[in-house]
Design a binder for this molecule. Structure first.
Ligand code: IPE
Ligand code: IPE
Ligand code: MG
Length: 247
């Protein structure tokens, strides 16, 4: 079934976040090494980014590498970083053609030099694009982000530029990597795992979660549309009752 035509363009989420999972299992199914799965996941990234830009989704955040992923075998980590460097530099032209701005969240300083260099260059070269912002979560974990925010807030209190009683949700928000972004209304995870694996713990407080059995390298535009359609059929109550939403 083709889901694109069923999407209500007036009810699109502003921000969609995706945990791209299942590359390793996909490769194993083909009798290949895990990295083969990561390589094939690039096509799914391309399709999803293109679909988001075509629809005019403002923010698309992709969880590409977590803080915990540093604990994988060295060869896999190195291969992933090389794939990242290569993909970012190869895709910059397409990002510009589709008016997509690239941003990144996470402990970027921990990335290898060449990776950080390519990333910063692509961010700089796409900074004036305004159709869709593609946010790569790299060396990212939500607890790292929250600890980082708390440290900065504590520093301001030490400097006496902030007092404890002034701290609000907005204060905390402003110290997160996502400070300038709307909260994701929809979070998608592929590969049949039902957990958030340290991703955007604060920002996903009221997001709708969509889980699919598809492994990431099999994820295509129509799967993305299906998730948006399911989101549009949900009732978001934010603690209220159904009746309150109607009146
Ligand atoms: C997601 O696929 C990509 C990254 C975490 C970098 P995985 O590599 O986690 O694949 P599975 O979950 O082991 O199948
Ligand atoms: C989450 O996937 C991280 C990314 C998709 C980058 P993992 O495969 O690392 O998560 P767990 O270990 O299954 O929770
Ligand atoms: Mg996984």
């Amino acid at each position: 079934m083709d889901f694109k035509d069923k999407i209500n363009l007036n009810k699109l989420p502003q921000h969609i976040a995706i945990i791209m999972d299942g590359n390793g299992r996909w490769a194993k199914q083909q009798g290949e090494e895990r990295i083969f799965g990561h390589e094939n996941g690039v096509k799914s990234v391309r399709e999803t980014v293109e679909a988001a830009a075509e629809l005019g989704i403002q923010y698309l955040t992709l969880y590409a590498f977590s803080t915990e992923n540093w604990n994988r075998p060295k060869e896999e980590v190195m291969a992933l970083m090389q794939l990242l460097v290569h993909t970012i530099s190869a895709e910059t032209k397409t990002l510009n053609e589709n008016k997509i701005r690239l941003q990144a969240i996470g402990d970027l300083k921990s990335l290898p030099q060449d990776c950080l260099h390519e990333l910063n260059e692509a961010i700089e070269n796409t900074k004036n694009n305004s159709r869709t912002t593609l946010v790569l979560a790299l060396s990212y974990s939500s607890r790292w982000e929250i600890v980082n925010a708390v440290k900065q807030i504590a520093q301001q209190i030490e400097n006496k530029t902030l007092s404890a009683s002034q701290i609000s949700e907005e204060t905390i928000n402003s110290f997160l990597c996502t400070a300038s972004m709307p909260e994701p209304e929809l979070m998608i995870r592929t590969s049949g795992e039902h957990r958030i694996s340290n991703f955007l713990l604060w920002q996903l407080a009221y997001s709708e979660f969509y889980f699919t059995e598809k492994l990431w390298p099999d994820f295509r535009k129509n799967d993305f549309y299906e998730a948006i359609l399911e989101y549009q059929n949900r009732e978001r109550r934010f603690g209220k009752t159904s009746e309150q939403l109607i009146s």
